[in-house]
Design a protein around this ligand. Structure first.
Ligand code: ZN
Length: 527
């Protein structure tokens, strides 16, 4: 076994079993400065007199059945190196074949992001040496003709204003393998299941429109929503199928020139996106204030320590030696193809939210929460079209159903309560068959058993007691407490609550409070 050092600053080593020749080792090893201690005065929440700019690069693995250029399955996880073949391992003599669905998903996403589509697009080789890249190059798109250009995403800020974030390019490339660093081994090993998985890159325009960590998070959230609506990606940041890589830089207020940007990686959640950028901006400011130079480099976010850690100094574009991929022909789109893709786009979250507000008279916040997940939004609309009251259905979904689903760690749409049975539940409350309190219990049963609301109500005998039955209970309670009745008659109205409680107890919650009030008043008057 020969063990070689790589360009990785952590001096991790990769083992090449039975390799007789020595792989070329990248010559650069970046310095490892200690993590900067940040003193409070450097950052007071408003970045002192510095402005922050954040370019956003996002990679999304596409939801295809197979990889980009071969028929290996595209799926997360699995036994290492079981989903590989000579093509995605880059063995000599193999040739790539396009995955048409991957191209389709990028076109759809580009259209949803309001991009222009390059009617003729080509692919390039991005050359670099790293063990996760078995071919020694990544097939990507370089230059002026990525599939999508000049698009935008509108983000909604906390103060209710909207900001447009321009997108410069949306392109298609392939994913790399994964290095697995195990401390126990003393060296790193490779899993190529991910190598060749179709990957879409979405890059924001320059100069950056994103000017704070919060805007970066909102952009990432909005973009993820669009990807999910289009069905292009499952957007799982924790599994790495959506990777948000911000490029923050800082510059002194009043300065025209942008500062040196760094690239952030390992941001596995929206929270990490915001915290990582905040920290990195502070770190850059601290460096500038200390008279040091910000290095154009890649930093990883350490969520546990809450700091960014230098990973490697960035290559320049020249170092990648891009050239057109000779094994792939250019793609030329027919105008009809683009129009078919455009017509197939679903209604996107922002449009849906506005429609929910106008069509169902929902509060904006409720509509926004409902549309944040397409499956939940669809569930809502099915329940309404099955005869559920729009407001009541929204309340049940956002309240009890969300609670039950998060308790079971599943999606609302994945549970046993269907939109139709939820609609039925709201009708039983509206027509007075059960009270809202009882309805909560009925929903819990429905969630567990998958029964209809009526079936649960009948099985457990939960129908609200009729006025006659309540009148009987009231009469009995009044007869049993002549002292209380006397107090009420004497002017102490407050103790009526005690009698009401007794009736409610008798009715086991299945009596309408209005009925009890009315009948109690009558009975006391007559007593
Ligand atoms: Zn393969």
């Amino acid at each position: 076994m020969i063990t070689v050092a790589t360009a990785n600053r952590c001096a991790r080593t990769f083992s090449y079993k039975d390799v007789k020749t020595c792989p070329i080792v990248a010559p650069f090893t970046p310095p490892c400065p200690p993590v900067l201690k940040l003193s409070a005065p450097v950052y007071n929440g408003r970045m002192m007199n510095y402005r922050v700019s954040v370019g956003m690069e996002c990679h999304a693995e596409l939801l295809t059945a197979s990889k980009m250029f071969c028929s290996c399955a595209n799926a997360f996880g699995g036994e290492p190196n079981t989903r590989t073949c000579p093509v995605c391992l880059g063995l000599p003599g193999t040739l790539p074949v396009f995955n048409a669905v991957a191209v389709e998903l990028v076109v759809k996403t580009a259209l949803a992001l309001h991009c222009d589509i390059s009617m003729r697009t080509i692919f390039h080789r991005k050359n670099y040496f790293y063990p996760d890249l078995p071919k020694g190059y990544q097939v990507s798109q370089y230059g002026d003709t990525p599939i999508g250009t000049n698009g935008y995403v509108d983000i909604e800020k906390a103060d209710g204003t909207t900001k447009r974030i321009r997108i410069t390019r949306v392109h298609l490339e392939e994913d790399t393998g994964k290095s697995i660093h195990s401390d126990g081994l003393g060296y790193s090993v490779m899993d190529y299941n991910r190598a060749g998985v179709p990957l879409m890159e979405i890059v924001t325009d320059f100069p950056p429109d994103v000017e704070s960590a919060e805007e970066a998070r909102l952009y990432a959230e909005t973009l993820r929503g669009i990807l999910l609506y289009v069905g292009a990606s499952d957007g799982r940041m924790e599994q790495g199928s959506l990777r948000v890589e911000p490029n923050p830089s800082v510059r002194k207020e009043g300065t025209e020139a942008f500062g040196v940007k760094t690239e952030l990686k390992n941001l596995n959640s929206f929270r990490a996106v915001q915290l990582g950028i905040e920290y990195e901006a502070k770190r850059q400011i601290a460096q500038i204030e200390a008279g040091e130079t910000v290095l154009q480099a890649t930093y990883g976010w350490d969520a546990e320590k809450g700091v960014t850690v230098l990973q490697r100094v960035k290559e320049t574009e020249q170092e990648y030696r891009y050239f057109p991929e000779p094994d792939l022909i250019p793609i030329e789109f027919a105008p009809e193809y683009i129009e078919t893709m455009r017509a197939s786009l679903p209604e996107l979250a922002l449009d849906k939210k506005n429609r929910f507000v106008s069509e169902y008279a929902l509060p904006v916040a409720d509509a926004a929460t409902l549309v944040s997940d397409k499956a939940t939004a669809d569930f809502y609309e099915r329940a309404v079209s099955a005869g559920g009251d729009p407001k009541a259905v929204a309340n049940w979904i956002l309240g009890e159903l969300t609670r039950l689903a998060s308790g079971a760690k599943i999606a609302i749409a994945g549970g046993k309560v269907s939109p139709e049975t939820l609609a039925e539940l709201t009708r039983t409350v509206a027509d007075g068959t059960i009270t809202t309190t009882i309805a909560k219990r009925v929903l819990e049963e429905m969630w567990t058993t998958g029964e209809t609301a009526t079936a649960v109500i009948d099985r457990l005998g939960l129908r609200v007691a009729g006025a006659d039955a309540v009148a009987e209970m009231v009469a009995a309670v009044v007869a049993a407490h002549p002292d209380i009745v006397a107090k009420i008659k004497g002017g102490n109205e407050k103790v009526i609550a005690f009698l009401k409680g007794q009736v409610m107890k008798e009715a086991k919650g299945q009596a309408r409070p209005d009925d009890i009030d009315r009948l109690l008043k009558d009975a006391i008057d007559k007593a």
